[in-house]
Design a protein around this ligand. Structure first.
Ligand code: ATP
Length: 235
């Protein structure tokens, strides 16, 4: 039997109160892939990541990790299964130093990186190790948020618009980090508006509209789809 995908969403629905945000999302992410969710603002990309983590009030449908239904698994147990989420607002502890931020997360799954390994991978964080979270630039905060997840031993990293508002040189650095994590076997599901960035790191794309997936394709098909995508995404 072939190995199930690392993540599979089947007919995933999600609501904010009465607001029906996801209308049956179907997608899969295989181990080692980097997959990007594209779509206009408000189509449900962030909600998809939040629903996977169990941080929307109401959901239906199924979320499978390694073929096992985890739909009722609470947030902290998702971490134990090796799923980590870096939200758009990043969530670093502003009053704690870089060192302290990196020392807090428990290593919950096999393969969590040591502090020394993290500093090898993120030399700029090492330079800033005694700085407070609030003193970091947006790019440094993004790197710290990703680094914290790597400490925990994630296998599947959910990243919500990691390049938003960052300078091109930092965007490039974040791309290099994702490439390096890919080489180490990490699986990534990314929400991203920055096409050029996504084309460099992603193996496959899903396009969302009005709370459902309307298209999916491999990175090699991207050039041929640019015109249609530009129209769909309004970019
Ligand atoms: P963006 O890029 O703007 O974040 P998105 O594709 O990630 O867009 P979501 O943030 O998932 O879209 O939003 C999907 C729908 O759910 C939108 O109609 C949005 O207004 C609504 N929504 C999002 N968050 C909440 C919330 N906390 N309460 C109520 N409605 C929400």
């Amino acid at each position: 039997m072939s190995k199930p995908p690392l993540l599979e969403l089947r007919d995933l629905n999600a609501w904010y109160g009465e607001g029906h945000a996801l209308h049956g999302v179907n997608l899969e992410v295989r181990e080692g892939e980097t997959v990007t969710l594209l779509g206009r603002n408000g189509v449900g990309k962030t909600t998809t990541l939040r629903a996977i983590m169990g941080i929307v009030a109401k959901r239906s449908g199924a979320i499978l990790i390694d073929g096992q239904d985890v739909t009722r698994t609470p947030l902290h147990r998702m971490a134990r299964r090796g799923v980590g989420f870096v939200p758009e607002e990043r969530g670093v502890f502003a009053s704690l130093s870089v060192d302290e931020n990196l020392s807090l997360p428990p290593v919950v799954a096999k393969g969590g990186l040591s502090l020394a390994e993290i500093y090898e991978l993120f030399p700029n964080l090492k330079e800033r190790r005694n700085s407070g979270g609030a003193q970091l630039s947006g790019g440094e905060q993004q790197m710290l948020a990703i680094a914290r997840m790597l400490r925990t031993g994630v296998r599947l990293l959910l990243l919500d618009e990691p390049t938003e508002g960052l300078a091109p040189v930092i965007v490039q650095r974040i791309g290099e980090i994702i490439q390096e994590m890919k080489r180490r076997g990490l699986t990534v599901l990314l929400v991203e508006q920055n096409f050029r960035f996504a084309a460099k790191v992603a193996d496959r794309f899903y396009v969302m509209d009005h709370g459902v997936v309307v298209d999916d394709f491999d990175v090699g098909e991207l050039p041929g789809r640019m015109a249609k995508l530009t129209e769909t995404l309004g970019v």
